[in-house]
Design a protein around this ligand. Sequence first.
Ligand SMILES: Nc1ncnc2c1ncn2[C@@H]1O[C@H](COP(=O)(O)OP(=O)(O)OP(=O)(O)O)[C@@H](O)[C@H]1O
Length: 319
Amino acid sequence: MYITLRHIGKSFKHQPVLESIGFAVNARELVSIVGPSGAGKTTLLKIIAGLEAPDTGQVIFSHPVTKHHPVIIVFQDYVLFPAMTVRQNIGFGLKARHMGKNQIKNQVDQMLDYFKLAPQADQYPAQLSAGQKQRVAIARAMIVNPAVLLLDEPFANLDRNLKMETARFIRTTQQAFGIPTISVTHDLEEAFAMSDRIGVLLDGRVQQFDTPRQVYFHSATPAVARFLGPVNKIPPALFPLFRVDEAVAGPLNGTPLPARPENLAIIADPEGFGRITEKTFAGHYTVYTVTVGSQTYTIYSQNDRFESSQHVSLRYRPF
Ligand SMILES: Nc1ncnc2c1ncn2[C@@H]1O[C@H](COP(=O)(O)OP(=O)(O)OP(=O)(O)O)[C@@H](O)[C@H]1O
C-alpha cells in the first residue's frame, strides 16, 4: 500500500462534500476517481496533495514525502508559466531545488526527448497546442521525481481523439516512471482505458472501488450502475426468453437483472419476442433500441445489418 485514505470528511459552510472516503493505492498503480461535476473530486485531490485540510480522517503515505520526493498535482488548466519557454517550464522544479545548470540541462533534454517536445523547446506556452501543453505539464511534474502524481481532469480542454491518445500516453508514462498516480475525471471512457482501479464518487462517498471491468459489469449500487452508462432491467418473468442461466438468476431472489448494452445479443428471428424500434450508427458499434412488450432495451452491437421494425430475439450474455 502506498497511499491510504482513511475516513476523509470535508464540509464547506456546513455542507458536506466528502463523507468518510477510504481507499488505498498501491505502488505503481494508476487509480481514477470518477464522479459528476461538483462531486468533490478536486477537493479530494487537494486534500491528498496537502493543499486543503480534511475535517476528519487522514492521508497516510507509506514512504516519507519530502522536498526531493514530493506529491505533485497537475491541474486541468496546466498552469504553465506563460513568460517561460517549454525548456524553462520543464526545468523549473529543478531550478527551484538549486540544482546545477548542466545537470538541469541534461535532465530537461531527456524529458524533451521522452515527451517528444524537443522541437518546441524554445517556444512559449501560448504557441503550443492543448496536447503539447499537457505534455509540458506532465514533464514538469515528472522531472522532480514525484512520490505521487495527482492529475485533475487530465482530459479537459482536449478534443475527442486526443483524449484517448492522452489516456494511453498517461498510462505508458506512469508505467515507465513507476509512480503511483491518482487521476480525477468525469471522462469515463478514458478513465476505464488507463486505470488499474476506479473509485466512483457519488453523494460524497466512494461507492465502489474496483477494477474497471468490475465497476462497469458488477456495479455495487444502482446509482453507480446508472452513472457509468445505460443499464437495462430484465424482469424475472422474461428470464426464460433471454435465456438467463440459473447461476445468474438464483442470487437475484426474484429481482430484475441489470444488464449493460454489451450484455445483450440480438438474434435475427421473424418469430422473435422483440422488435427493433431505433437504430443509430455510432462508428465502431451500432446502438439498437429493442421493444419487448412495454419495455425497451438498449443494445450495442458490432452488427449493423439489423433493420428498424425487424423482429428479433434477445439473449443475455454474462461477463
Ligand atoms: N473553497 C471552497 N469553499 C466553498 N465551497 C467549496 C470550496 N471548494 C469547493 N467547494 C464546493 O464543494 C463542492 C465540490 O467541489 P469540487 O471542485 O471538489 O468538485 P469537482 O467534483 O471537482 O467538480 P468539477 O468536476 O466540476 O471540477 C462544490 O459544490 C463546490 O462549490
